[in-house]
Design a protein. Sequence first.
Length: 380
Amino acid sequence: MSNETEIRKGLAGVVADYTAVSKVVPETNSLTYRGYPVQELAAECTFEEVAYLLWEGELPTAEQLEQRNAEGKELRKLDPDLIKLIDVLPTTCHPMDVLRTAVSYVGTKDPEPFTTSEQHIRGIGLNLLAQLPTAVAYDIRRRAGQEFIEPCLDRGFAENFLYMVFGDEEGSPANSPEDIKTFEQSLILYAEHSFNASTFTSRVITSTRSDAYSAITGAIGALKGPLHGGANEFVMHTMLEIDDPAKAADWVNNALDNKDLIMGFGHRVYKKGDSRVPTMEAAFRELAARKDGQKWVEMYDIMAETMDGRTGIKPNLDFPSGPAYHLLGFEVEFFTPLFVLARVTGWIAHIVEQYSSNALIRPLSAYNGAPQRSVADADR
Ligand code: COA
């Protein structure tokens, strides 16, 4: 390979394939799912409608939605053996590891994991979309020493999850239409984002004609990293560490002086702002006003202003979603698993798309190691 080979570190700027699932236009801060602006979907649709759109290409009619929801609800109960498996996992491990293990387990029960038909993959998606929230809720409550709450088949996706986590006592987010809406909006905004690292991971694994469970476990591993989905947890760790809005500007300035990354800022594709932030920021402000969370809003504003003033780098979706999840009552270590519950819809849409027009993903590398040599000449 010649010395002039152009290396695109991190594949930055490389267009790897076509996709019809979503479109990101950084110049206009726009994101559409199957052609619909994500802001409109977040304002007007349920998460179930958006999941249907991502998988089927069209928003469902009332009848299609009812049928899909009925199928999904039937799958919400956890296999008792999966509960036993979760119980033996240490509560010291990250909840993303529990989720990754749960997906692997579900895969072992599929008699036809290698079937690549669209229908089969969507069935896997429907099953995971129904089971994973129950697994996460179970893990949240077992770590808190609380009794498991069985899924409720009469509630929608977002409401049922909040119910399984927080119960339905007075003050539970599951009883607040505003809290349910905020949570649901976060799920819609997190559902899909073209060739991000975890989705691309799922496509790489799919491209080898491996099974969808392997693709999803790989995607969960990629999402866990703090440069990707793990950032929403680090945003809140940072805010909890700063604790006082009066200290926020100094904290940001010190971090920048030390050349530290500040989580929740910056994006590989958006350089003028993340299309999803205005919707999530408005939801966070509204939530904070209802839940006495002004401190976090003040800190949010000061951090964003200081960062913009010094670097011009804007917040990404994880910046408002982190404190919003905190105000909803979630433990920080569960923020990225919440992201998984949403993104599994995008991953499945991409796995189907990859299978439908597959080429093994296998880039080249430019070797820059030791020149060729012989073992006979080694000093050993
Ligand atoms: N905090 C401080 N500096 C940042 C920054 C951040 N969050 N994001 C980018 N920068 C700086 C980089 O250090 C780099 O500085 P340099 O030119 O002096 O080396 C410059 O901005 C350009 O960034 P670059 O590394 O080209 O951006 P990227 O496209 O490779 O990285 C991210 C994108 C998301 C990986 C990066 O912005 C980041 O690590 N953000 C924090 C993690 C996060 O919030 N992830 C969630 C993404 S949705």
